[in-house]
Design a protein around this ligand. Structure first.
Ligand code: PLP
Length: 462
């Protein structure tokens, strides 16, 4: 295939994409397959000779769409969304066409400078002080790893990078059990170890108890361990828990510890001023992660980390061998030095397109609808005999169950086999519950009200 052929196939792909999106409501949300079904349709060996694109395309249509779970389906209420607004998809097409590797300023000045511009726009959009700068990662997991590595090195006065950890004191990181497993992954990868991630108890509102945080830090210091940092939760994955950010940061600051806040999902909602009370005190955080690829319509992957002072993270992650130097521009920002991978995609373009194509008002209207519709769906479920609302809506996320774990699990299985809506599960205080999150970019009131309607219908069956 050459570039002239690509011109024609791209047009066909654009038509296919439009038809695909128009057909989503007619498809089951979750792929109705058993493991191995797709693999069985692939030849075991790669082709020696080139194949015609018509054949490849026909196989794509035969094998792939029916084997996908449709994340852009308007009745996708599982996990958290991974929204792709049409404007963001368009920007990705353009970024794909240029296929730049934006590791240094000079390897694509527009990528670096638009990224800087978008961080500034987003800080304003979320109501953060202008002092915050930041960068874009592939995922919140990588950003949290970067923050935890920086906590480790700051605690060790940057000796871990040079000497390794074998003779270092036992480092301790603090988070509540409501915080995402990416924190567990970060402490494992950072060589701190799962046993040194202290899960601080939470109160009835599911916030980390600030007193318990202070107590845990004091006990660790008394035992000769080295507290290194605190990770706070602003919108937990399981049921949407929020730590009391101001109170917890006050404890951390009193102890001289850096704070990273995981707002991967809920951060997008902070474009609406009325939700900002949920993370009051955020301006005191040293690092914040939020994923525009979840709820803001900027397609996967796009994880924004705000940093009050990028210096410690750049000192931890940055390396500048001679083959990566930019002669005469030693002070220029090279974003690879802020993140784990060297190579980086031009992710800022889709932010630029999305923020402009919908405006903050358009994005706010969507999020406000999602929150209001989630509450309405929750109230309709609450009114059904047998249904128990286990956690009330946190923004647009709530959980419910049906009597026992077994009955709840059977109901969820039946819902997802049915295919009209897609929900997933979690455990809350030991009980198996069904999670509902509303956040798909194109969902309507009718799509969301399908949740109580489908549940009512299928409950009668089981
Ligand atoms: N933090 C929270 C609160 C999440 O919900 C998730 C994923 O859903 C993550 C972190 C990890 O996000 P990513 O997939 O970008 O690594």
């Amino acid at each position: 295939m050459d570039h002239e052929e690509l011109r024609n196939w791209s047009k066909r792909a654009a038509d296919w994409a439009a038809d695909y999106h128009a057909s989503l409501r007619d498809r089951p949300v979750r792929a109705p397959l058993v493991p191995g079904e797709v693999a069985a349709r692939l030849p075991v060996a790669p082709p020696e000779a080139a194949e015609p694109m018509e054949t490849i395309w026909a196989d794509f249509e035969r094998i792939v769409p029916g084997g996908m779970t449709h994340w852009q389906h308007p009745r996708f209420f599982a996990y958290f969304p991974a929204n792709a607004s049409p404007a963001s998809m368009l920007a990705e097409q353009l970024a794909n066409a240029m296929a730049a590797q934006a590791m240094l300023w000079q390897t694509s000045p527009a990528a670096t400078e638009i990224e800087q511009g978008m961080i500034g726009w987003l800080a304003q959009a979320l109501g953060l002080p202008a002092a915050f700068t930041g960068t874009i990662h592939d995922s919140a997991t990588t950003a949290t790893l970067s923050a935890v590595l920086t906590m480790r090195e700051k605690a060790l006065d940057w000796q871990g990078l040079a000497e390794g950890l074998s003779s270092s004191p036992r480092l301790r990181i603090y988070a509540s059990a409501e915080t995402h497993s990416s924190v567990d992954k970060a402490v494992r990868i950072a060589g701190i170890g799962q046993a040194n991630l202290v899960k601080v108890p939470t109160d009835a509102s599911l916030s980390m108890k600030p007193d318990a945080l202070a107590g845990a830090i004091a006990a660790d210091r008394a035992a000769g361990m080295m507290p290194a940092g605190v990770v706070l939760c602003a919108g937990g994955t399981s049921v949407g828990a929020f730590d009391r950010i101001a109170d917890c940061i006050a404890v951390a600051q009193g102890e001289g510890l850096p704070v990273h806040v995981d707002a991967a999902w809920a951060g997008s909602a902070m474009i609406c001023p009325e939700f900002r009370a949920l993370w009051a005190g955020i301006e005191q955080a040293g690092s914040i992660i939020f994923n525009p690829h979840k709820w803001l319509g900027v397609q996967f992957d796009c994880a924004v980390q705000f940093l009050r002072d990028p210096g410690p993270q750049v000192r931890t992650l940055g390396l500048r061998p001679s083959y990566l130097e930019t002669a005469g521009r030693e002070e220029i920002v090279n974003f690879n030095e802020w993140t784990v991978p060297l190579g980086r995609r031009f992710r800022a373009l889709k932010l630029w397109f999305t923020l402009r194509a919908y405006g903050l008002d358009g994005l706010r209207a969507r999020i406000r609808n999602h929150v209001a519709w989630a509450r309405e769906a929750c109230d309709r479920l609450r009114a059904m005999p047998g249904i128990e609302i286990v956690t009330e809506p946190s923004l647009s996320l709530f959980t419910f169950r049906l009597g026992s774990d077994t009955a709840t699990e059977r109901l969820l299985q039946r819902i997802n086999d049915d295919g009209r809506i897609y929900l997933t599960q979690t455990r809350h205080r030991g009980a198996y519950v069904i999670r509902v999150q509303v956040g798909q970019f194109d969902c309507t009131h009718a799509d969301v009200m399908a949740i109580p309607a489908v549940v009512a219908e299928l409950m009668r069956e089981i």
